[in-house]
Write a protein that binds this ligand. Structure first.
Ligand SMILES: [Zn+2]
Length: 236
């Protein structure tokens, strides 16, 4: 709606919209700091056994964690915190050199233990939700990231089973580069490329490699290989 020319982003679900989330308020939120608005969407898995268990945890004042949305394995969508507010999902970390990710992002939790594939209804619901949030806040595909992208070594979600390529193909995440992985490319070149892609958190080489692999080639093992460079290297 518009009030005196100022667009008001109403995130409280409308009852007439069949896609509307089920409102399940969490007390775990605060105001966004420094007047920040969402420019990122951070994807998580819950690492819990059921959506109900996650819902309880995300709304428990003792645990002081939350997210804006939770999507169940069957595609059910709950909203816990208004998009205008600062949910507590990201914690310490950074992306493209920027910290306080909670003030800059919308957090989406996916009901998944981290050990099994994400279901089709859940992915479809996620895609619809991403599309809406991106439109509402003018967030570009490169603003959709994983928790492990901004907190390498500390967080591993949404994990190796998450289908980033699917989001990329639907313009719901930044397309990976497809440059040549150079045989002679040194470690510091990898770090420079990873930083340019957003992986700016200060971590050791192995932690950085693991985080980049989680996003682009989770089957990757062992030391840095030319193939690790390809998704970060623009085609020449
Ligand atoms: Zn997470």
């Amino acid at each position: 709606m518009h009030v005196a020319g100022i667009q008001v982003h109403s995130a409280v679900p409308s009852t007439t919209d069949p896609q509307a989330p089920i409102w399940h308020a969490s007390p775990n939120y605060g105001p966004r700091r420094d007047g920040l608005k969402p420019s990122l969407i951070v994807l998580h898995y819950t690492a819990m056994n059921s959506a109900q268990e996650a819902l309880d945890r995300l709304c428990d004042p003792v645990h002081e964690i939350s997210a804006h949305y939770l999507i169940g394995g069957d595609g059910t969508l709950w909203q816990l915190v208004r998009e205008e507010d600062r949910a507590w999902h990201a914690g310490a970390g950074e992306w493209h050199g920027q910290s306080d990710i909670n003030s800059r992002s919308i957090g989406v939790e996916l009901d998944n233990t981290g050990k099994h594939p994400f279901s089709e209804p859940q992915m479809q619901r996620l895609e619809k939700l991403l599309h809406k949030i991106m439109h509402r806040w003018t967030i570009q595909p490169n603003g959709v990231i994983g928790h492990s992208d901004m907190a390498p070594g500390r967080k591993f979600d949404p994990g190796p089973r998450f289908d980033w390529l699917r989001l990329e193909r639907n313009a719901l995440a930044a397309s990976r580069e497809q440059g040549d992985g150079r045989q002679d490319a040194p470690q510091d070149r990898f770090r420079t490329l990873a930083q340019a892609a957003g992986f700016s958190a200060e971590v050791d080489d192995e932690t950085l490699l693991n985080a980049v692999r989680l996003r682009y080639r989770p089957w990757g093992k062992g030391p840095l290989r030319p193939a690790d460079f390809a998704p970060l290297t623009p085609q020449s």
